[in-house]
Design a protein around this ligand. Structure first.
Ligand code: SF4
Length: 609
């Protein structure tokens, strides 16, 4: 038995919103050392709940469990420790879903003395859940109905007379159960993907509010401080540290454009002729007014931008980062950075995932342009590339489920059900719309998207740079191994409750994280042992998905990647080859010890029962 000596309170807070009751369940050392925290805790709790319901769960039903889980590192003195995960069965995909959020919410939650929160049931009226050191209460808040997430955060702080509390909140999209509604915090940080905001909405919960003052337990503070100082010194001395602070993820716009992987015109093109109007340098010179950071993050990647003039004057937004700018900019043919900021702000205020919004509006524009949709389908108002004013109107309609917005609000699955003819031009996998990297020329990235446990999201495996930049001829087996390595190490950050960007962008050595872990918990795990825990969780989320009907037929890149060559940029003419993809998928399953249909070995299930 592994003795856990720090890092946890050993307490899960379980709230039943229907009965307005709560209880504290002790978390054993065995549970902790197996599941670590964050998405590990969440996956296990969601699995147990699914089993209790014979694997039949309506994602928007009272029975669906939403787990909010930071990790053992969240809130500690180590780089970028402000992350917390939201884990559930997704209304966007109907399978396992999670999304992580930065800021300070998870830190404050841990300070209330809990390691995780599970929510089930449904409040009788729109309410917020208030958690502090001593009590948990459900507070009716009908006055917040329809309020934007940024406005509601301010109103809740005002009502409680405390501007130091932290709030995770939904906008009208969450209340209206938009399949890709987000949860927001700190006026601009989001858990954007898989529709976790719609789950809060389905539970009549406008917000979770936390105020904590407890010290976080650490086994060996001296060792942690030493290791952290080494890591921070490394980051501060990195040659790109300053540039990173200046642009954050916006620096990826030029990179993606130069590589030919920037989504443009609904992923038809791989580069954007007017990219200079929406890149990091334009942001810096004309719009940026400040930096922002999640808790304990020296990298401070977030940009605060203000539109000073023109029709969007007065718009302030924390962002955009790369994904939002690409999907709401080049993907929609928009070359007006002020309009990108406005669209980003609207998505934040209304509470929606910018990646999905940019995808679906791109599909609408291409559908109309190519005659797959009629003018009547889009309510008599022509929609063309770069028409930012109409894009703003569609964004509003989605959140409020008005007209065509009501169809888009159901996500890709609803769009395909309504207009099957659009299926070949939608870039989605398992119902989750693809992130902002074209992968027609990078089969490892296509495999990463296709086998991601939440659908087509890049955070599970971002292998595209390595594959495209390396220059040598990799075997398919090497590429499949690279995907599995990413799908193992990247989710580990979500289990720890830290941001992965110091590792990805500035190359912070992963062994630091094993050293942090033993200093915080007293558990002497090597990096390999921690990776093994993460790999187990990937098997667990696969098992969840298999029980919910997922198999090889679903592990497929979008049709567009096979039949529509990239039209512009250095990769013009590239498509994925079906036979080659089938081969790499076989190799991937073998390496994972899954069968030819992608089902884990039956022995695996015993680990989690
Ligand atoms: Fe937050 Fe950016 Fe720092 Fe990551 S790198 S913790 S997203 S500020």
């Amino acid at each position: 038995m592994n003795k856990v000596k720090g890092g946890y309170f050993h307490k899960l807070l379980k709230v039943d919103l229907s009965s307005n009751t709560w209880e504290v369940e002790p978390l054993s050392d065995d549970f902790i050392s197996k599941y670590i925290g964050g998405r590990g805790f969440g996956a296990k709790l969601v699995w147990d709940n699914l089993k209790a319901h014979n694997f039949k769960i309506d994602p928007l039903g009272k029975e669906n469990l939403l787990v909010v889980a930071p990790g053992p590192f969240t809130g500690l003195y180590l780089p970028s420790s402000g992350k917390t995960s939201f884990i559930s069965i997704s209304p966007a995909t109907g399978i396992y879903g999670d999304s992580s959020m930065g800021g300070v919410f998870g830190v404050e939650f841990r300070q209330t003395g809990f390691d995780a929160l599970s929510l089930k049931g449904k409040a009788p009226e729109l309410s917020f859940l208030f958690i502090d050191d001593r009590d948990v209460s459900l507070v009716p808040a009908p006055e917040l109905a329809g309020k934007g997430s940024l406005e509601a955060e301010g109103l809740i702080k005002q009502r409680l007379g405390d501007f130091t509390i932290h709030v995770a909140v939904i906008g009208p999209a969450g209340e209206n159960r938009v399949a890709f509604a987000s949860v927001n915090t700190d006026f601009g940080r989001n858990a954007g993907r898989t529709g976790v905001g719609a789950i809060l909405g389905s539970k009549n919960l406008k917000a979770i509010v936390v105020r904590g003052s407890k010290d976080l337990p650490v086994y060996d503070l001296k060792k942690l401080n030493l290791e952290t100082n080494k890591a921070i010194t490394y980051l501060r001395n990195h040659k790109f540290f300053k540039f990173w602070q200046e642009q954050g993820l916006m620096c990826v716009i030029d990179y993606a454009n130069n590589m030919g992987i920037l989504p443009t015109h609904n992923f038809r093109d791989g580069s954007f002729a007017r990219v200079n109007s929406i890149n990091g340098f334009t942001m810096e010179s004309k719009y940026k007014i400040g930096d922002a950071a999640c808790f304990a993050c020296p990298m401070a990647c977030s940009n605060i931008c203000l539109v000073k003039e023109g029709k969007y004057a007065g718009t302030v937004v924390e962002g955009p980062e790369y994904e939002s700018c690409a999907m709401l900019g080049s993907n929609l043919g928009i070359d007006n950075f002020a309009a990108v900021l406005r669209a980003n702000h609207l998505c934040d205020e209304l509470g929606m995932d910018t990646i999905t919004v940019g995808n679906l509006i791109g599909v609408l524009i291409e559908g109309y342009e190519t005659g797959l949709l009629s003018l009547k389908d889009i309510e008599g108002e022509p929609l063309t590339w770069g028409d930012d004013e109409k894009v703003m109107r569609v964004i509003e309609k989605i959140a409020r489920r008005e007209g065509v917005g009501d169809i888009l609000a159901g996500g890709s699955r609803k769009v395909i059900e309504t207009w099957p003819q659009l299926s070949p031009i939608i870039s989605q996998i398992k119902g989750l719309e693809q992130s902002a990297y074209d992968c027609r020329a990078a089969i490892s990235m296509a495999l990463g998207y296709a086998t991601s446990d939440i659908g087509a999201h890049h955070t599970r495996a971002w292998t595209i740079a390595k594959e495209l930049e390396d220059g040598r001829d990799w075997s398919l087996e090497e590429k499949a191994k690279l995907v599995i390595f990413h799908q193992t190490i990247r989710p580990l950050f979500d289990m720890f409750g830290v941001c992965r960007l110091p590792w990805i962008e500035l190359g912070l050595n992963e062994n630091h994280y094993a050293a942090f872990f033993s200093a915080v918990t007293g558990l002497d795990y090597s990096l390999d042992e921690l990776m093994a825990r993460s790999r187990d969780i990937y098997d667990l989320t696969r098992l969840i998905n298999v029980k919910l009907g997922i198999s090889r037929k679903d592990d497929q890149p979008p049709l567009r990647w096979f039949k529509d060559p990239v039209q512009t940029g250095p990769l013009a003419g590239k498509v994925l080859k079906r036979e080659e993809f089938n081969t790499i998928l076989d190799i991937y399953y073998q390496l994972r010890n899954w069968d030819a249909e992608g089902k884990p070995n039956p022995e695996v299930e015993k680990i989690f029962n």
